[in-house]
Design a binder for this molecule. Structure first.
Ligand SMILES: Cc1cc2nc3c(=O)[nH]c(=O)nc-3n(C[C@H](O)[C@H](O)[C@H](O)COP(=O)(O)OP(=O)(O)OC[C@H]3O[C@@H](n4cnc5c(N)ncnc54)[C@H](O)[C@@H]3O)c2cc1C
Length: 367
């Protein structure tokens, strides 16, 4: 059974196509953020290629319609841990990409409502992290992260605040991108069964169609291994709850806890909270879109900690599927050639909202 996210209340399922073209210049599989941004930027090339985007769901059923809507560059504790594993240069390069993506989203869609609440890392501050934040600010050439007093569930402490981050409605953003990608044809309800060497076998309405292409991009994120058996992408499930309307003294911000494994924001007077993947790693290493009671218990307990009380009920609980390449966020590039005509662009981890437009623009510039 299809499991709706809070955001999908605002979605209009798209009709299935009557037919599919036999040939296109560019075929894009998957209409999440990556596939849509790619269609938008390809449409700006001169001459613009004929682009067909095929999506097996009527809205999109992976990560983009089911995430937390953080338009974020990242936060200190996680960057600190990533720098230990992968080096400061890799952390700063990813930060810079996300910062570019953040600016791109705002520049393309000034009409998009962004909850300009900034983000706060609520994990304990220590001297090592202070020193790290100083380094990061110096390397970025601007004061991005400031330590300041914060309130979490009635407990006063300090945390690192970053003012530029904000919250978006992911489904509204997805729809804006699709409507702006006027040169592309979108076909929903079309499942790509096989792709490679200039041809894709697509299934729609119980029939199969072959679509031939000059170039194709597999933008199916956590589902990439279905179409690319050698894919390094490992699926990872993320679960999210939205509570009933709540009152709390907790700061209204994008909140990070537990090195970013747990995260929260306030939406329409409710608390949205996600995470727990680190505690249920084996169970959550799956491409199955389903929720679990064990993880619900963790999210409820974290919500009580964030709010400072238990006066709420869980009104929504859903799951989405991320794709990871070799690590949490810095694992590797999402771009891989499958053959001379076909490329996979998949594996954005837990941070694709700001990253996907940057990769899409980069790919389109190669045309
Ligand atoms: C619970 C959760 C919370 C998250 N929170 C955030 C956040 O706050 N901020 C942030 O930046 N990132 C967040 N992310 C990550 C972010 O959502 C992703 O990085 C981003 O959406 C990836 O976009 P995509 O287009 O690559 O993948 P997807 O959105 O997964 O798109 C892939 C699409 O391909 C389709 N598809 C799959 N197989 C086929 C096939 N064979 N044929 C046709 N279509 C197919 C799927 O239906 C799907 O719509 C979160 C992810 C999850 C799961």
């Amino acid at each position: 059974m299809r499991q709706a996210s809070y955001w999908e209340l605002a979605a209009t399922p798209q009709p299935a196509p009557q037919s599919l073209p036999e040939t296109v210049d560019v075929l894009v599989a998957g209409a999440g953020f990556m596939g849509r941004w790619l269609a938008l930027f390809l449409g700006r090339r001169n001459p613009a290629p004929r682009v067909l985007v095929v999506e097996r769901d009527r809205i999109g059923y992976g990560a983009s319609t089911r995430n937390a809507g953080f338009l974020t560059t990242g936060q200190i504790t996680e960057m600190f841990e990533d720098a230990r594993d992968s080096g400061l240069d890799a952390v700063l390069a990813t930060f810079a990409r996300r910062r570019t993506g953040l600016a791109l989203v705002r520049q393309e869609f000034p009409q998009l409502e962004v909850d300009a609440c900034g983000s706060t890392d609520f994990d304990p501050v220590n001297d090592e992290k202070r020193e790290f934040a100083r380094h990061v600010n110096a390397a970025l050439g601007e004061i991005m992260f400031v330590e300041r007093p914060v309130n979490l569930g009635g407990r006063a402490t300090t945390g690192f605040f970053q003012a530029r981050d904000g919250g978006v409605h992911p489904v509204k953003l997805l729809e804006l991108i699709r409507l702006r990608a006027t040169g592309a044809t979108f076909a929903f309800g079309v499942n790509v069964r096989r792709i490679g060497q200039g041809a894709a076998l697509c299934e729609a309405g119980g029939r199969t169609h072959e679509v031939r292409y000059r170039r194709a991009f597999v933008c199916t994120n956590g589902f990439a291994p279905d179409l690319e058996p050698a894919s390094p992408v490992v699926p990872g499930r993320g679960q999210v709850i939205v509570t009933s309307p709540v009152t709390t003294t907790t700061d209204r911000t994008l909140g990070y806890l537990n090195a970013g494994y747990d995260y929260f924001r306030f939406v329409d007077g409710r608390l949205l909270i996600g995470g727990g993947r680190d505690r249920f790693r084996a169970q959550e290493t799956t491409a199955e879109i389903a929720v679990s009671d064990a993880l619900l218990g963790h999210l409820r307990a974290t919500a009580a900690r964030v709010l400072g009380h238990e006066r709420f009920v869980v009104d929504w609980h859903w799951a989405g599927i991320m794709g990871f390449v070799g690590g949490r966020h810095l694992g590797g590039s999402p771009r891989r050639a499958m053959d001379e005509t076909t490329e996979a662009v998949a594996g954005f981890g837990g941070m694709g909202v700001a990253l996907t437009p940057v990769f899409a623009r980069e790919i389109a510039q190669e045309f």
